[in-house]
Design a protein around this ligand. Structure first.
Ligand SMILES: Nc1ncnc2c1ncn2[C@@H]1O[C@H](COP(=O)(O)OP(=O)(O)O)[C@@H](O)[C@H]1O
Ligand SMILES: [Mg+2]
Length: 99
């Protein structure tokens, strides 16, 4: 099968427990526990399957945590803002109000 997700669209992948939703997400994000034996993942036409997790993240992929671990002193908002700023030029962080 093929799955195409276009920029700006929102999709929900639904199914019973144990049918592979998390596995698919982790594989797209690049969890090294998973090995693709066949097929490819293209982001804007470019294959990402040889890229490290941080390379994929800088190209715009983000995998939210299902059960986030608490890091004392780091709020969710600060975490998300840091993720956005990691993709922006160092001298042009997102303004607090815009965030
Ligand atoms: N494409 C696949 N090929 C082989 N095993 C898979 C595949 N996708 C998922 N699995 C296995 O199925 C089990 C359940 O998958 P999981 O991703 O946790 O399901 P879900 O998130 O939908 O509940 C895991 O043991 C996973 O390794
Ligand atoms: Mg799951």
């Amino acid at each position: 099968m093929n799955l195409t997700l276009k920029t700006g669209e929102i999709h929900a992948i639904m199914g019973p427990n144990g049918t592979g939703k998390s596995t698919l997400s982790e594989t797209i994000m690049g969890n090294p526990s998973y090995h693709i034996t066949e097929a490819d993942i293209l982001l804007n036409g470019e294959s990402i399957i040889e890229m490290s997790v941080d390379e994929r993240a800088r190209k715009g992929l983000f995998l939210a945590m299902q059960y986030p671990a608490e890091v004392p002193g780091v709020t969710n908002a600060e975490f998300l803002r840091a993720a956005i700023n990691a993709r922006r030029p160092k001298n042009n962080p997102i303004l607090i109000m815009d965030f």
